[in-house]
Design a protein around this ligand. Structure first.
Ligand SMILES: Cc1ncc(CO)c(N)n1
Length: 222
């Protein structure tokens, strides 16, 4: 049987392609992305991760049992740990945590984080994890694709090597695999055909908001 995640991805195929093959992603891969766009994106992504961790934390509250509660808590930890990459890269540009946190959130950042928080508050844990899945699973897919394609990644001349290595790396791939397991586990207990269209709508919107996040970085939008 098709997994819930594969079904969602197939039913939102055009939106998924627009996300994982966005021009920003192409620029990351071949190194042609303007440094200014990457910096704007990364500062916003730091702000994103703080609010995204808050969305994950809703999963701790919504967990139907202790095992799911522990998994959700580990998810919060993993998202918060991801900010270390951002702090390392930002330190190279003379930006510390206080400076990044003082930056105003862009509308794309607010739209995406508030959308997933609200989907989780309104629904159950399955609604929440479906809304969170394009993030972790998508970046794992993008990281793997870029690492296999990117020229010059082996030497350190590639301007975005650290970013690509982080998301292609074993630790991040393991987090994405956990996330997929969690969706399928919850689907077994809570998925009905009647609620599938609503889950697809949450998924589709989250994927669109991911593409808009890249677009915000590319165009330096506030
Ligand atoms: C916008 C966005 N989506 C996904 C991830 C992966 O955690 C991230 N860091 N930022």
């Amino acid at each position: 049987m098709t997994s819930l995640f594969d079904r969602l991805k197939r039913d939102a195929a055009p939106e998924w392609a627009a996300y994982v093959e966005h021009p920003f992603v192409r620029g990351l891969g071949d190194g042609s992305l303007p440094a200014e766009s990457f910096r704007h994106y990364l500062v916003q992504d730091y702000l994103f991760l703080i609010e995204f961790a808050r969305a994950y934390a809703i999963g701790v509250y919504k967990a139907p049992n202790l095992m799911e509660m522990r998994k959700a808590a580990a998810g919060v930890e993993a998202i918060l740990a991801e900010t270390n990459l951002h702090l390392t890269l930002c330190a190279g540009w003379g930006l510390d945590a206080a400076a990044i946190e003082a930056a105003p959130a862009a509308r794309a950042t607010i739209a995406y984080t508030r959308f997933v928080q609200e989907a989780g508050l309104r629904g159950d844990l399955l609604d929440l994890v479906v809304g969170l899945s394009p993030c972790v699973v998508g970046y794992a897919e993008i990281g793997t694709a870029l690492a296999s394609r990117a020229p010059r990644l082996a030497d350190d001349n590639h301007p975005y090597a650290a970013w690509i290595r982080e998301y292609a790396g074993e630790a991040y791939q393991a987090i994405a695999a956990e996330s997929l397991d969690q969706i399928e586990r919850l689907a077994r207990d809570y998925l009905t055909e009647a609620r599938y269209p609503r889950l697809l709508e949450i998924f589709r919107q989250a994927v669109r908001l991911e593409a808009e996040f890249w677009q915000m970085g590319l165009t330096l939008a506030d």
